[in-house]
Design a protein around this ligand. Structure first.
Ligand code: IPD
Ligand code: CA
Ligand code: CA
Ligand code: CA
Length: 269
């Protein structure tokens, strides 16, 4: 078995176990908010922490030398050259409200490059995976299918997903950018989970995505899944995707969305 195959198998098993735990152990009245981060609406629940702990424990038991970057603080250096980038619940607000679009996102990087991405979406019964150079697939009860982005959708007919982040003071600016985007596209979707948005793009359930403020754990797995499904994932003017701006789209849509967003200056506070 190659290293990538080994990492994929471990990531899938771990993401599925964490997803099952999050469904089975979600408290009947909803989880408790145990912390807020950048603003009072940027919440962490006990289940975010429990899922990250489970994921790190399971992976460390098999690969004790690996490093971790986890959203909920599970960041550890490793010596093996492999680092796991973990978002234990991407879409915590959806999980809090018992809306179905939240996911467990696990990526494995080797020497700084994402080689495996797994997004487990338990309430959709869906696991999306990608291996660098090996394509992207979606597993459901109905079987396994290859993921391909919609390659050539004109921007005016593109269904575009976005997110608004929770950082205090950013919302008015995000609304301004949206005002410039909305008249130029088919419609907007705000699903509430970055990695689910990226899987939807990879599956052709959306044509593009952009967001200010996403972190490595939001896009590590979903970004690889989009690329392996034939899409582009970049920042402005060829920069790497990241907190300033992340744009993802099929190759025939990307430039037009980029050129619409750039003068709107979405990275300005
Ligand atoms: C959030 C979700 C959301 C996005 C926010 C992220 P979290 O992640 O991905 O869709 O708009 O920027 O912070 O906090 O639920 O893991
Ligand atoms: Ca969060
Ligand atoms: Ca997230
Ligand atoms: Ca999270």
């Amino acid at each position: 078995m190659s290293l990538a195959e080994e990492l994929l198998e471990l990531a899938v098993a771990t993401a599925r176990e964490a997803g099952r735990m999050l469904v089975d152990q979600r408290p009947a009245g909803g989880p408790d908010v145990v912390q807020t981060k950048s603003s009072p609406t940027d919440v962490v629940t006990q289940m975010d922490r429990a899922a990250e702990k489970l994921i790190i424990e399971r992976i460390r038991a098999v690969r004790p030398g690996d490093g971790f970057l986890g959203e909920e603080g599970g960041t550890q250096a490793g010596a093996s050259g492999v680092r796991w980038v973990v978002d234990p619940i991407d879409g915590t607000v959806n999980y809090l409200y018992d809306l179905p679009d939240w996911a467990v996102s696990i990526a494995a990087e080797v020497d700084g490059e994402a080689v495996v991405g797994v997004v487990e979406i338990p309430r959709r019964g869906e696991t999306c995976t990608a291996v660098l150079g090996g394509g992207a697939v979606q597993h459901t009860a109905a079987g396994t299918r290859e993921l391909r982005v919609n390659a050539h959708v004109p921007l005016g007919r593109a269904l575009v997903s976005t997110g608004f982040g929770y950082e205090a003071g950013r919302r008015a600016r995000q609304a301004e950018v949206l005002t410039g985007v909305l008249p130029n596209i088919r419609d907007i979707r705000r699903g509430g989970s970055c990695c689910v948005d990226l899987c939807s793009l990879a599956a052709g359930r959306a044509d593009a995505y952009y967001e200010r403020g996403v972190q490595a754990w939001d896009i590590a797995a979903g970004g690889l899944i989009v690329r392996e499904a034939g899409g582009r994932v970049e920042g402005l003017h060829g920069a790497a995707p990241g907190p300033e701006l992340t744009i993802a789209a099929g190759p025939g849509t990307f430039e037009a969305l980029h050129d619409l967003l750039a003068p709107l200056d979405p990275a300005r506070d």
